[in-house]
Design a binder for this molecule. Structure first.
Ligand code: ZN
Ligand code: MN
Ligand code: MN
Length: 308
Protein backbone atom coordinates (compact mmCIF):
# COMPACT_ATOMS: atom_id res chain seq x y z
CA UNK A 1 0.00 0.00 0.00
CA UNK A 2 2.60 2.54 1.00
CA UNK A 3 4.57 1.81 -2.15
CA UNK A 4 1.53 2.86 -4.14
CA UNK A 5 1.37 6.19 -2.37
CA UNK A 6 5.05 6.83 -3.02
CA UNK A 7 4.76 5.99 -6.67
CA UNK A 8 1.79 8.29 -7.17
CA UNK A 9 3.43 10.92 -4.96
CA UNK A 10 0.43 13.10 -4.32
CA UNK A 11 -2.72 12.44 -2.32
CA UNK A 12 -5.19 13.86 -4.79
CA UNK A 13 -8.77 13.06 -5.70
CA UNK A 14 -12.27 14.40 -6.14
CA UNK A 15 -15.81 14.04 -4.86
CA UNK A 16 -17.34 10.93 -6.45
CA UNK A 17 -20.95 10.06 -7.18
CA UNK A 18 -22.42 7.06 -5.32
CA UNK A 19 -24.91 6.20 -8.07
CA UNK A 20 -24.73 2.40 -8.13
CA UNK A 21 -23.59 2.24 -4.49
CA UNK A 22 -20.55 3.25 -2.45
CA UNK A 23 -18.43 0.62 -4.22
CA UNK A 24 -19.18 2.37 -7.54
CA UNK A 25 -17.69 5.55 -6.06
CA UNK A 26 -14.42 3.70 -5.44
CA UNK A 27 -14.42 2.35 -9.01
CA UNK A 28 -14.97 5.84 -10.40
CA UNK A 29 -12.19 7.30 -8.25
CA UNK A 30 -9.73 4.60 -9.28
CA UNK A 31 -10.67 4.95 -12.96
CA UNK A 32 -9.39 8.55 -13.06
CA UNK A 33 -6.32 7.97 -10.91
CA UNK A 34 -7.47 9.32 -7.54
CA UNK A 35 -5.28 8.32 -4.58
CA UNK A 36 -7.92 9.63 -2.15
CA UNK A 37 -11.55 10.71 -2.68
CA UNK A 38 -14.76 11.96 -1.11
CA UNK A 39 -18.33 10.66 -1.35
CA UNK A 40 -21.69 10.78 0.41
CA UNK A 41 -22.84 7.65 2.28
CA UNK A 42 -26.48 8.10 1.29
CA UNK A 43 -28.66 10.48 -0.74
CA UNK A 44 -27.44 13.91 0.37
CA UNK A 45 -30.83 15.64 0.11
CA UNK A 46 -32.77 13.24 2.36
CA UNK A 47 -32.83 12.67 6.09
CA UNK A 48 -33.00 8.90 5.71
CA UNK A 49 -31.28 6.49 3.35
CA UNK A 50 -31.69 2.83 2.57
CA UNK A 51 -29.37 0.71 4.71
CA UNK A 52 -26.01 -0.51 3.39
CA UNK A 53 -26.09 -4.25 2.69
CA UNK A 54 -23.34 -6.58 3.98
CA UNK A 55 -22.53 -7.40 0.35
CA UNK A 56 -22.08 -3.73 -0.57
CA UNK A 57 -19.86 -3.13 2.48
CA UNK A 58 -17.71 -6.16 1.61
CA UNK A 59 -17.32 -5.12 -2.05
CA UNK A 60 -16.46 -1.56 -1.04
CA UNK A 61 -13.84 -2.70 1.47
CA UNK A 62 -12.22 -5.07 -0.98
CA UNK A 63 -11.90 -2.37 -3.64
CA UNK A 64 -10.49 0.10 -1.12
CA UNK A 65 -7.87 -2.33 0.15
CA UNK A 66 -6.77 -3.18 -3.40
CA UNK A 67 -6.75 0.18 -5.09
CA UNK A 68 -7.09 3.19 -2.75
CA UNK A 69 -3.88 4.15 -0.96
CA UNK A 70 -5.09 7.30 0.76
CA UNK A 71 -7.91 7.99 3.21
CA UNK A 72 -11.59 8.27 2.25
CA UNK A 73 -13.56 11.36 3.23
CA UNK A 74 -17.34 11.24 3.58
CA UNK A 75 -19.29 14.51 3.27
CA UNK A 76 -22.40 14.93 5.40
CA UNK A 77 -25.95 15.40 4.12
CA UNK A 78 -26.72 19.04 3.35
CA UNK A 79 -29.87 19.10 5.51
CA UNK A 80 -27.97 18.55 8.75
CA UNK A 81 -27.69 21.57 11.05
CA UNK A 82 -26.15 20.76 14.43
CA UNK A 83 -26.93 24.33 15.55
CA UNK A 84 -30.65 24.21 14.67
CA UNK A 85 -33.02 26.05 17.02
CA UNK A 86 -36.10 24.16 15.80
CA UNK A 87 -36.29 21.07 18.01
CA UNK A 88 -37.47 18.74 15.26
CA UNK A 89 -34.72 19.88 12.84
CA UNK A 90 -32.12 19.46 15.58
CA UNK A 91 -33.41 15.98 16.37
CA UNK A 92 -33.39 14.90 12.72
CA UNK A 93 -29.93 16.43 12.27
CA UNK A 94 -28.49 14.45 15.18
CA UNK A 95 -30.20 11.23 14.03
CA UNK A 96 -28.94 11.57 10.46
CA UNK A 97 -25.45 12.54 11.61
CA UNK A 98 -25.36 9.44 13.84
CA UNK A 99 -26.62 7.22 11.01
CA UNK A 100 -23.87 8.57 8.74
CA UNK A 101 -21.21 8.12 11.44
CA UNK A 102 -22.36 4.50 11.76
CA UNK A 103 -22.11 4.00 8.01
CA UNK A 104 -18.60 5.51 8.01
CA UNK A 105 -17.48 3.27 10.87
CA UNK A 106 -18.85 0.18 9.15
CA UNK A 107 -17.04 1.06 5.92
CA UNK A 108 -13.81 1.95 7.71
CA UNK A 109 -13.97 5.54 6.46
CA UNK A 110 -11.29 7.76 8.03
CA UNK A 111 -12.92 11.20 7.94
CA UNK A 112 -16.54 12.35 8.24
CA UNK A 113 -16.55 15.95 6.99
CA UNK A 114 -19.46 18.18 8.00
CA UNK A 115 -20.51 21.82 7.92
CA UNK A 116 -20.49 23.08 11.52
CA UNK A 117 -24.00 24.58 11.29
CA UNK A 118 -26.04 27.76 10.82
CA UNK A 119 -27.20 29.79 13.81
CA UNK A 120 -30.27 31.23 12.01
CA UNK A 121 -30.38 34.37 14.10
CA UNK A 122 -29.58 33.00 17.57
CA UNK A 123 -26.05 34.42 17.23
CA UNK A 124 -22.68 32.81 16.69
CA UNK A 125 -21.92 32.21 20.35
CA UNK A 126 -25.18 30.30 20.93
CA UNK A 127 -24.70 28.44 17.65
CA UNK A 128 -21.19 27.33 18.60
CA UNK A 129 -22.44 26.06 21.97
CA UNK A 130 -25.27 24.16 20.34
CA UNK A 131 -22.95 22.52 17.80
CA UNK A 132 -20.62 21.36 20.59
CA UNK A 133 -23.58 20.03 22.61
CA UNK A 134 -24.78 18.08 19.58
CA UNK A 135 -21.29 16.64 19.04
CA UNK A 136 -20.98 15.68 22.70
CA UNK A 137 -24.26 13.79 22.48
CA UNK A 138 -23.24 12.12 19.20
CA UNK A 139 -19.85 11.06 20.52
CA UNK A 140 -21.47 9.68 23.68
CA UNK A 141 -23.83 7.64 21.51
CA UNK A 142 -20.97 6.25 19.39
CA UNK A 143 -18.31 5.25 21.94
CA UNK A 144 -14.94 4.11 20.62
CA UNK A 145 -15.57 5.10 17.02
CA UNK A 146 -12.42 5.54 14.98
CA UNK A 147 -13.87 7.81 12.28
CA UNK A 148 -12.92 11.43 12.92
CA UNK A 149 -15.54 14.20 13.12
CA UNK A 150 -14.16 16.78 10.71
CA UNK A 151 -15.35 20.39 10.88
CA UNK A 152 -15.27 22.04 7.47
CA UNK A 153 -14.20 25.68 7.40
CA UNK A 154 -17.02 27.62 5.70
CA UNK A 155 -17.41 30.71 3.51
CA UNK A 156 -19.73 32.25 6.10
CA UNK A 157 -22.68 32.44 3.75
CA UNK A 158 -25.95 33.41 5.45
CA UNK A 159 -25.64 32.56 9.15
CA UNK A 160 -23.11 29.75 8.68
CA UNK A 161 -20.67 29.28 11.54
CA UNK A 162 -17.06 28.27 10.80
CA UNK A 163 -15.77 31.10 8.61
CA UNK A 164 -13.20 32.11 11.22
CA UNK A 165 -10.53 29.75 12.59
CA UNK A 166 -11.62 30.96 16.04
CA UNK A 167 -15.06 29.36 15.55
CA UNK A 168 -13.46 25.98 14.85
CA UNK A 169 -11.20 26.38 17.90
CA UNK A 170 -14.13 27.27 20.15
CA UNK A 171 -16.16 24.27 19.00
CA UNK A 172 -13.23 21.88 19.54
CA UNK A 173 -12.62 23.35 23.00
CA UNK A 174 -16.22 22.63 24.00
CA UNK A 175 -16.16 19.03 22.70
CA UNK A 176 -15.40 16.52 25.46
CA UNK A 177 -13.92 13.77 23.26
CA UNK A 178 -11.71 16.30 21.50
CA UNK A 179 -9.36 13.62 20.13
CA UNK A 180 -12.16 12.73 17.72
CA UNK A 181 -12.16 16.23 16.23
CA UNK A 182 -10.35 17.36 13.10
CA UNK A 183 -10.68 20.14 10.53
CA UNK A 184 -11.01 20.37 6.73
CA UNK A 185 -9.97 23.51 4.87
CA UNK A 186 -11.90 24.31 1.70
CA UNK A 187 -9.82 26.79 -0.32
CA UNK A 188 -12.89 28.44 -1.89
CA UNK A 189 -14.55 28.87 1.50
CA UNK A 190 -11.32 30.17 3.03
CA UNK A 191 -10.90 32.83 0.33
CA UNK A 192 -14.56 33.85 0.35
CA UNK A 193 -14.29 34.16 4.14
CA UNK A 194 -11.50 36.72 3.70
CA UNK A 195 -8.30 34.67 4.02
CA UNK A 196 -6.21 35.73 1.01
CA UNK A 197 -4.34 32.63 -0.10
CA UNK A 198 -3.86 34.02 -3.61
CA UNK A 199 -0.57 35.75 -2.70
CA UNK A 200 2.51 34.34 -0.99
CA UNK A 201 2.21 36.81 1.86
CA UNK A 202 -1.48 36.13 2.43
CA UNK A 203 -0.91 32.40 2.16
CA UNK A 204 1.83 32.41 4.80
CA UNK A 205 -0.23 34.57 7.16
CA UNK A 206 -3.32 32.39 6.72
CA UNK A 207 -1.54 29.19 7.65
CA UNK A 208 0.39 30.85 10.46
CA UNK A 209 -2.98 31.89 11.88
CA UNK A 210 -4.37 28.41 11.33
CA UNK A 211 -1.39 26.91 13.14
CA UNK A 212 -1.72 29.33 16.07
CA UNK A 213 -5.48 29.10 16.44
CA UNK A 214 -6.43 25.55 15.40
CA UNK A 215 -3.11 23.70 15.08
CA UNK A 216 -1.73 21.85 12.05
CA UNK A 217 -2.15 18.50 13.83
CA UNK A 218 -5.94 18.91 13.52
CA UNK A 219 -5.82 19.31 9.74
CA UNK A 220 -7.43 16.27 8.12
CA UNK A 221 -8.06 17.31 4.52
CA UNK A 222 -8.24 20.06 1.94
CA UNK A 223 -11.10 20.71 -0.45
CA UNK A 224 -9.41 22.24 -3.47
CA UNK A 225 -11.81 24.61 -5.20
CA UNK A 226 -11.14 27.95 -6.84
CA UNK A 227 -13.60 30.73 -5.99
CA UNK A 228 -15.97 32.42 -8.44
CA UNK A 229 -16.47 35.25 -5.99
CA UNK A 230 -14.05 37.78 -4.60
CA UNK A 231 -12.03 37.79 -1.40
CA UNK A 232 -14.26 38.27 1.63
CA UNK A 233 -17.50 38.00 -0.37
CA UNK A 234 -18.75 35.27 1.99
CA UNK A 235 -20.39 33.66 -1.03
CA UNK A 236 -19.65 29.98 -1.69
CA UNK A 237 -19.29 29.38 -5.47
CA UNK A 238 -16.71 26.83 -6.53
CA UNK A 239 -14.71 27.32 -9.74
CA UNK A 240 -12.19 25.22 -11.65
CA UNK A 241 -8.57 25.37 -10.48
CA UNK A 242 -6.88 28.53 -11.76
CA UNK A 243 -10.08 29.86 -13.35
CA UNK A 244 -11.39 31.75 -10.32
CA UNK A 245 -10.30 34.60 -8.06
CA UNK A 246 -7.71 32.54 -6.17
CA UNK A 247 -5.80 31.66 -9.32
CA UNK A 248 -2.95 29.26 -9.96
CA UNK A 249 -0.45 30.91 -7.61
CA UNK A 250 -2.36 30.03 -4.44
CA UNK A 251 -2.78 26.41 -5.49
CA UNK A 252 0.88 26.12 -6.48
CA UNK A 253 1.89 27.31 -3.00
CA UNK A 254 -0.37 24.71 -1.40
CA UNK A 255 0.66 21.84 -3.68
CA UNK A 256 4.34 22.44 -2.89
CA UNK A 257 3.94 23.05 0.86
CA UNK A 258 5.84 20.25 2.65
CA UNK A 259 3.55 20.62 5.69
CA UNK A 260 0.68 19.30 3.59
CA UNK A 261 2.25 16.36 1.75
CA UNK A 262 0.33 13.81 3.83
CA UNK A 263 -2.93 15.75 3.76
CA UNK A 264 -5.53 14.48 1.24
CA UNK A 265 -6.51 17.10 -1.36
CA UNK A 266 -9.96 16.71 -2.88
CA UNK A 267 -11.69 18.59 -5.68
CA UNK A 268 -15.33 19.67 -5.38
CA UNK A 269 -15.45 21.52 -8.69
CA UNK A 270 -18.33 21.38 -11.20
CA UNK A 271 -18.34 18.23 -13.33
CA UNK A 272 -20.25 16.00 -15.67
CA UNK A 273 -20.72 12.22 -15.43
CA UNK A 274 -17.62 11.48 -17.55
CA UNK A 275 -15.47 13.34 -14.95
CA UNK A 276 -13.28 14.94 -17.62
CA UNK A 277 -13.24 18.18 -15.60
CA UNK A 278 -11.77 16.29 -12.62
CA UNK A 279 -9.13 14.77 -14.86
CA UNK A 280 -8.20 18.22 -16.16
CA UNK A 281 -8.16 19.88 -12.72
CA UNK A 282 -6.05 17.05 -11.31
CA UNK A 283 -3.64 17.36 -14.23
CA UNK A 284 -3.29 21.11 -13.60
CA UNK A 285 -2.59 20.52 -9.89
CA UNK A 286 -0.10 17.71 -10.50
CA UNK A 287 1.80 19.80 -13.01
CA UNK A 288 2.29 22.48 -10.33
CA UNK A 289 4.24 20.14 -8.09
CA UNK A 290 7.97 20.67 -8.29
CA UNK A 291 9.61 17.31 -8.83
CA UNK A 292 11.92 17.31 -5.83
CA UNK A 293 9.01 17.86 -3.45
CA UNK A 294 7.18 14.77 -4.60
CA UNK A 295 9.24 12.03 -2.99
CA UNK A 296 9.31 11.93 0.80
CA UNK A 297 5.95 10.81 1.99
CA UNK A 298 4.71 9.90 5.44
CA UNK A 299 1.07 9.48 6.41
CA UNK A 300 -0.17 12.07 8.85
CA UNK A 301 -0.87 11.18 12.46
CA UNK A 302 -4.59 11.49 11.75
CA UNK A 303 -4.69 8.54 9.38
CA UNK A 304 -2.59 5.47 8.83
CA UNK A 305 -4.04 2.77 6.67
CA UNK A 306 -3.93 -0.59 8.34
CA UNK A 307 -3.48 0.93 11.78
CA UNK A 308 -7.04 2.06 12.25
ZN1 ZN B 1 -18.88 20.99 2.28
MN1 MN C 1 -16.04 21.82 0.69
MN1 MN D 1 -18.74 25.00 -0.84
Amino acid sequence: MMAMIRSSGILLGAHMSIVGGVSSAVRRAVSIGCTTFQMFVKNNNRWKGSPLTDQEVATYKELISKAMPGPVVVHDTYLINLAAIDASVLKKSVQTFRDELERCERLGVTFYNFHPGSHRGQGEREGIKRIAESLNLLHEQTPGYVVKSVLEATAGQGTAIGYRFEHLREIIDLVEQSSRMAVCIDTCHLFAAGYDISTERGYEKTFRDFEDIVGLERLAAFHLNDSKRELGSRVDRHDHIGKGKIGKKGFALLMNDPRFTAIPKILETPKGPDMKEDVENMRILKRMVRKNEQSAFAPSRLWRNGEQ
